[in-house]
Design a protein around this ligand. Structure first.
Ligand SMILES: NC(=O)C1=CN([C@@H]2O[C@H](COP(=O)(O)OP(=O)(O)OC[C@H]3O[C@@H](n4cnc5c(N)ncnc54)[C@H](OP(=O)(O)O)[C@@H]3O)[C@@H](O)[C@H]2O)C=CC1
Ligand SMILES: O=C(O)[C@@H]1CCC=N1
Length: 270
């Protein structure tokens, strides 16, 4: 039995708890820590999982999943360092934070695996990228891969790619939600009732995602199949290109990557 503690049960911490439970992990193998007693009580009631303090989590758990905002990491590490059990595995979900930060601040030899997941974990469709720190071996990576494999897909990446991964798949769902939101607004502009516009667009997104997921045809081929000569789609594509949507995406994802690097650098001197 591997006990897992989620430190910081916010959006992604809750998604992980919920996903692991849906994936069949028993509630008594999970605990979480949360700053606010009301939220802690609500989560315990919703999931049947115990809320504990950091010292108890460190005593109980074999795997401690850090899911606080990168800006909140320092006080958590101060609290964790004196109570961490030798051999406990740290799994960091925090954007930007390198494994070396944990290795510097926690007892010598603490194994750390850095992970960039995303919120579709809530529906068992996460994309998680994992990287081993200095003291994490292949057994630790196997354990994390198995754990996250119950809530979606897992890829092993070198740690120096994690900032780019964060910009692509960590933040990625937000770009799709943004696009869907804008397309529903376009429906409103064209006089379609909001509920119908939402159904039309969301089902188009689901269908397109399933076609992409089959993986046998490149996105360009799939788009070309929708784009008839002198038809409607090419008129829209011309407008997307004229407004620089492709360039905007490249710049946006590069900015997200830069922010991830910056979040890590904020802790370099500490
Ligand atoms: N949201 C996402 O899509 C993704 C997020 N991540 C990463 O996951 C981490 C969490 O993000 P997200 O879930 O969005 O953020 P949230 O703010 O929703 O969750 C963090 C939670 O941790 C609590 N917290 C802060 N400090 C402590 C502490 N010392 N002990 C216990 N709980 C604490 C916060 O309480 P309070 O609000 O009171 O401060 C909050 O409830 C971040 O590092 C982010 O980079 C990674 C991939 C995707
Ligand atoms: O916006 C953020 O910083 C976090 C990391 C990836 C997704 N959400």
């Amino acid at each position: 039995m591997t006990t897992i503690a989620v430190l910081g049960a916010g959006k992604i911490g809750e998604a992980l708890l919920s996903g692991l439970l849906q994936g069949g992990r028993p509630a008594d193998e999970l605990v979480f820590t949360e700053k606010h007693p009301e939220r802690s009580a609500a989560l315990s009631e919703r999931y049947g999982v115990k809320g504990v303090d950091v010292a108890s989590a460190a005593q109980l758990a074999d795997v401690l999943v850090v899911a606080v905002k990168p800006q909140d990491i320092e006080p958590l590490l101060d609290e964790l360092a004196p109570v961490l059990r030798p051999g406990a595995l740290i799994v960091s979900l925090c954007a930007g934070l390198p494994t070396s930060l944990y290795e510097r601040r926690l007892p010598e030899g603490t194994p750390v695996v850095r992970v960039m997941p995303n919120t579709p974990m809530l529906v068992g469709e996460a994309m998680s990228a994992i990287s081993a720190g200095r003291f994490a071996g292949s057994g630790h990576l196997d354990l994390v891969e198995e754990l996250l494999g119950t809530v979606g897909k897992v890829a092993r990446v070198p740690e120096n790619q994690q900032d780019a991964v964060t910009a692509l798949s960590g933040s990625g769902p937000a770009y799709f939600f943004f696009l869907v939101e804008a397309m529903i607004d376009a429906g409103i502009l064209l006089g379609i009732p909001r509920e119908l516009a939402a159904t039309l667009i969301i089902q188009s997104a689901v269908g397109a995602a399933q076609m992409l997921n089959q993986g046998d045809q490149h996105p360009v081929i799939l788009r070309e199949a929708v784009t008839s000569p002198a038809g409607t789609t090419i008129m829209a594509i011309r407008e997307l290109e004229r407004h620089g949507v492709r360039a905007a995406l490249l710049a946006a994802i590069e900015a997200a990557r830069d922010r991830s690097v910056e979040l890590g650098q904020a802790h370099e001197a500490e």
